[in-house]
Design a protein around this ligand. Sequence first.
Ligand code: ADP
Ligand code: MG
Length: 405
Amino acid sequence: MRAPTMNNLDLVAPAAPDELCGRVDDLFRQRFGGAPDGVWMAPGRVNLIGEHIDYIGASVMPFALPYATAVAVRVHNEDRVRLASTGHQDHWEGGGADIGPHRPNGWAGYVAGVPWAMTYHDTIARIPGLDIAVHSSVPQGAGLSSSAALETATALAIAELFGAATDDSGRRTLARDCITAENVVVGAATGGMDQSAALRARAGHVMLLDCNTFGVEHLKLDCRPAGVVFLVINTNAPHRLVEGSYGLRRSRVERVCARIGRSALLHTDDVDAVLNCARTDDPPLRRALRHVLTEIRRVSAVADLLRADEIAAIGPHLSASHASLRDDLVVSSPELDTAVDAALDAGALGARMIGGGFGGSALALVRTERLPDVIEAVGRAALDHRLPKPDFLCGIPSGAARRVY
Ligand code: ADP
Ligand code: MG
């Protein structure tokens, strides 16, 4: 999985599947005794472009990362779900009656919520007895979707163990179940991009995901022949008021988009004319709408460039997306702006914050030979601005959730 050009740099190496599986198998045996029925893994993701438009049913472009979450799972006949993770000290154990809306709390909700949601949607008949161990190389809370990796690895395991479909249409169903788990059991807002990416991505491709129909077009993202790489920058910024701020921006977007017909929102070329249709003088609302309208059009432009195999040419669209998120929707942060500016100053072809905003990670498109300079510049800028030291990860477009053994 590791691109040779990325060796010897200050990059977090993606864990080899063998290593992930070895660690999760060890934890399983220590905690529960005996062997699991199998091990499944699911990837984290980045979103190439299309931010704050998933929940209004527009198209977004996620691709899976070579960092993944592995779950070792065993089915048994008791009414008990037992969970352990190398990522958290606290273990969890409960019966079917202990799982439901807003329970269990904490990380266990992301795992136990999955069989609950699969039962709720009739994908399986009842919550089975389960022992589940978890180990991950996806950083948690960095905007790289460790939550969806955890949910989807669990969902795929349960689906395979109970004979539910796992072809593309089965995976669509599993994505829906994972969204329900996160919305209802965890109580977090998620639009479905992350779960769809983890379950349906293709190595070497980016997904053009229609968040209205959940239809997918896989577009080739062949970096090596183009001489470019994607660099993921985890700013390690502390979360600040994330939920409240995200919710405010989202409701602003939803409110103003409700005034515009879907066809104008998605297709009309004249952005100013559509803006005027919204009949609002409220500057934040008007700017939120401008972000949505321009972002939807940037997604189309990037998709067209990728269909023409013009990866390097998408850079300016990534940077324009960042400027729009920073200036129009106002969801960036000093850490994200510093990283993006430093990457661009050091010669990145394009860079942008990814995810809902107010922290998390950024993505830069870089000519391979410029990668050391960009990494050095972004690290130095964080130091100069007294910001947390970022981590650098490899943005290699990777495959979807799968059974390892
Ligand atoms: P992101 O999905 O961007 O990483 P979220 O806040 O949506 O951030 O999800 C992070 C949460 O998911 C963690 O706080 C934890 O509750 C859960 N989680 C993710 N990975 C693991 C893991 N390996 N073990 C246990 N819990 C995990
Ligand atoms: Mg998440």
